[in-house]
Ligand binder design. Structure first.
Ligand SMILES: N[C@@H](CCC(=O)N[C@@H](CS)C(=O)NCC(=O)O)C(=O)O
Length: 254
C-alpha cells in the first residue's frame, strides 16, 4: 500500500492520476496546507521542504523498510519504475520523457504558481499597483512563452515526449489545464494554444485521469471565514528560513 500525502492541488493530483493509471493501491493522507499540516512533525520527517505531495511506500521497490519520497517529479519516476509503465526503458525513449518531466518541474509548475499568485492572491497582500502589475506581466508572460513551447511540441507530436502517453503528460496536465484561464484577462481563451487545448481535452478524457482528478475531491471544499482566510494567507506567504528550520529541527528531535 502506498500512502499519498495529499491536498487537492495540481501538484497533488499528478500523483493520484499516475496511481490510477498504473493501478497501484493507495491511501490518501490529507495534508491541509491552509491549516498548517505541512509543518506537523510527522509530515516534516517525510518531507523536509514542507510541501505536499509526498509518498510512503510500505511495500517498496527492492524490498526493505517503508520508503518515503518527496517532490512530485521523483515520485512520478519512482511509480513508473515500480509499475514498469509510462516510462520507456530504452535510453532515447526514457530521456525523451524525463526531459519534459523536468521541464514541467523547473518551468511550467513554478511559473504558473507565481502567475496564479500575482493574478489571484497578491492583490490582498501588495499595496503598490506597480508591483502587482510587474509581477503579473513577468509571470503571465513567462507562462505564455512556456505554453507556446508546449503548443509547438504538441503540433508535431500527439504527446509531450512523442508518440506515447507518459509520466511527462501526467505531470504537466494538472497545471496545463489552467493555461487558457491564466493567460486570459477574463474567462478562458485557448486561441493561442490550440494544440495544448487538443491535448488537455484528450488526456482529460482518460478514465484514470478522471479518477485521479476526482480523488480526495471532498477535501478543501469548505468555504473559509475571513479570519481563516487571513490565517491561511499568513501561513502560506510568510515562511522564512527561521520558521521552517525551527519546525524541522523540532520534528527531528521528536
Ligand atoms: N516542487 C514541489 C512543489 C510542491 C508544492 O508547491 N506544493 C504546494 C501545494 S501545490 C504546498 O504544499 N504548499 C504548502 C505551503 O506553501 O506551505 C513538487 O512538485 O512536489
Amino acid at each position: 500500500m502506498i500512502d499519498v500525502y495529499f491536498w487537492p492541488t495540481p501538484n497533488g493530483r499528478k500523483i493520484t492520476i499516475m496511481l490510477e493509471e498504473c493501478g497501484l493501491p493507495y491511501k490518501i493522507v490529507p495534508v491541509d496546507i491552509g491549516a498548517g499540516d505541512q509543518f506537523k512533525p510527522e509530515f516534516l520527517r517525510i518531507c523536509p521542504n514542507n510541501r505536499m505531495p509526498a509518498i510512503v511506500d510500505h511495500d517498496p521497490l527492492g524490498g526493505g523498510e517503508p520508503l518515503s519520497i518527496f517532490e512530485s517529479g521523483a515520485i512520478m519516476e519512482y511509480l513508473a519504475e515500480k509499475s514498469g509503465k509510462f516510462l520507456p526503458k530504452d535510453p532515447a525513449g526514457k530521456y525523451a520523457v524525463l526531459q519534459w518531466l523536468h521541464w514541467q518541474m523547473a518551468n511550467l509548475g513554478p511559473m504558473m504558481g507565481n502567475a496564479n499568485h500575482f493574478k489571484n492572491y497578491a492583490k490582498n497582500i501588495v499595496d503598490d499597483p506597480a508591483q502587482l502589475e510587474y509581477g503579473q506581466r513577468r509571470f503571465i508572460g513567462e507562462v505564455d512563452r512556456l505554453v507556446g513551447v508546449m503548443d509547438t511540441q504538441l503540433s508535431i507530436h500527439p504527446y509531450l515526449a512523442g508518440k506515447e502517453y507518459s509520466i511527462a503528460d501526467m505531470i504537466t496536465w494538472p497545471w496545463a489545464m489552467f493555461a487558457g484561464r491564466l493567460a486570459a484577462t477574463k474567462g478562458e481563451n485557448w486561441d493561442a494554444y490550440p494544440n495544448v487545448k487538443r491535448w488537455v481535452d484528450e488526456v482529460g478524457a482518460r478514465d484514470a485521469v478522471k479518477r485521479g482528478q476526482a480523488a480526495g475531491g471532498d477535501l478543501g471544499n469548505r468555504e473559509l471565514t475571513p479570519e481563516e482566510e487571513e490565517a491561511r494567507r499568513k501561513l502560506l506567504f510568510n515562511q522564512t528560513n527561521e520558521t521552517v528550520r525551527k519546525a524541522r529541527e523540532a520534528a527531528l528531535k521528536g
